[in-house]
Design a protein around this ligand. Structure first.
Ligand SMILES: [Mg+2]
Length: 414
């Protein structure tokens, strides 16, 4: 089998409401580049890439000459062609490699008549559990609904997501408002859902001292972990020495060099594996094995996904033995998807691992066209900007918090 063509289409798919985070905002929609890799025997494998609100079409177009004629089964060879570590100082293509790996695994699964999970060692579970990914949100620019800013709004929103999707683990995405306010919000969620487990992620914008103060304050709660309270292994290590809550990261351990450093001098307890950030599903499986060896925890990270990338997360979650936590997904904030059948469904807080060959998802071409048109109309958005605070940028450690009492309407183009 040989690769004959590579196509990329940028889409933008609406969210229920804009999602606020420590670095800015998802402006009411995700921008994703959908990749199609076609082989000489007519199979089409699907990949997906994010990119902080921007299109990545150009890089896939540029790689076509490198990859036409390549055997999609030669994944290690492709890794060196696309993302050779010694060349990556100039062109870091880790996420590009990931999208191509998804597509090639999808092709192999179709060619061999098996789901991707069976290529990766075989599934240990049929369903992957997910956490409520609870964001502070601006109101939907189209309807003015969906705001999550106050404590009452957050508790009501978590209750609604729990009722609709069955979640029993709640992750609060924080780092937006002053830490003491977010502590109140976190405690309110804990009090409202006492049987459920919790996790908190301020995206690394605190000082180590703030992280220690917060970590000590939440010690009595049912925490899975405290995620990236501070940016940098040394800050994480200092925090870890002073609190009795496990620490997790998706920022300071995202490659094997950093994983090795964390094994030699542990700064983080739980490694959040992202099929995109690590350069593919297979790299995550390898990293999970290292974590298993050194008895570090793992969970599945979400960098914002449509159904193709969600499928990669499900196949990953199905095959790693040491998945002891619910996975993260932004997926329940989406209003639609570009795959056949529409949005995948949650059952009791979990999503079934697709059974079909390959990734087990197929493109709905009408939806692809519709959301490609929407992208042409709206363009990208700056992931690291806040639409309500033009010119704002957080510093590290941050002290430029948003004001939780500020409920003024925000103009977000749609
Ligand atoms: Mg995180």
């Amino acid at each position: 089998m040989q690769i004959r063509d590579i196509r990329a289409t940028t889409v933008t798919v609406p969210l229920e409401a804009p999602l606020r985070h420590a670095n800015g905002c998802h402006w009411g929609r995700f921008v994703r580049t959908i990749v199609e890799v076609e082989t000489d025997n007519g199979l089409i494998g699907l990949g997906e890439m994010g990119g902080g609100g921007e299109s990545a079409e150009a890089v896939f177009r540029a790689l076509k000459t490198t990859l036409v004629g390549h055997d999609p089964a030669r994944l290690e060879e492709m890794r060196f062609r696309v993302a050779n570590p010694t060349a990556s100082l100039y062109n870091n293509r880790t996420q590009v490699l990931a999208a191509l790996e998804f597509a090639c695994l999808d092709i192999l699964g179709q060619a061999w008549g098996v789901p991707v999970s069976e290529i990766l060692g075989g599934r240990l579970r049929e369903r992957v559990r997910f956490a409520t990914y609870a964001f502070f949100r601006y109101p939907d620019p189209r309807t003015g609904t969906g705001e999550v800013r106050t404590i009452d709004q957050m508790v009501a929103a978590v209750g609604e997501w729990k009722r609709r999707f069955g979640f029993t683990t709640h992750k609060l995405k924080a780092g937006v408002f002053p830490p003491d306010y977010e502590l109140e919000v976190y405690r309110a969620i804990a009090a409202a859902f006492p049987g459920d487990s919790l996790r908190f992620d301020p995206n690394g914008v605190w000082s180590a001292e703030q992280a220690i103060r917060f970590g000590q304050a939440i010690e009595g709660l049912r925490n899975d972990y405290l995620e990236d309270p501070v940016y940098g292994m040394n800050g994480m290590r200092r925090t870890r020495q002073m609190i009795r809550v496990p620490l997790a990261t998706n920022t300071v351990v995202v490659n094997f060099e950093q994983l090795a450093a964390n094994v030699f001098d542990t700064a983080v307890d739980v490694i959040l594996l992202d099929t995109t950030f690590w350069g593919g599903i297979r790299e995550c499986v390898k990293a999970a094995a290292v974590c298993d060896t050194f008895q570090l925890g793992v969970a599945v990270h979400s960098s914002g996904e449509l159904g193709i990338q969600l499928a990669t997360m499900l196949h990953l979650g199905a095959v790693i033995p040491n998945l002891s936590f619910a996975a993260d997904a932004h997926y329940h904030h989406l209003t639609d998807d570009i795959i056949e059948g529409g949005l995948m469904r949650y059952e009791n807080g979990a999503i079934r691992v697709p059974d079909g060959p390959g990734l087990g998802v197929r493109l709905n071409r009408d939806k692809l066209r519709e959301y490609a048109e929407l992208y042409k109309r709206l363009g990208g958005y700056p992931y690291d900007q806040d639409p309500a605070r033009p010119g704002w940028a957080p510093v590290l450690p941050n002290d430029r918090w948003a004001d939780p009492s500020d409920g003024r309407p925000v103009k977000i183009p749609y």
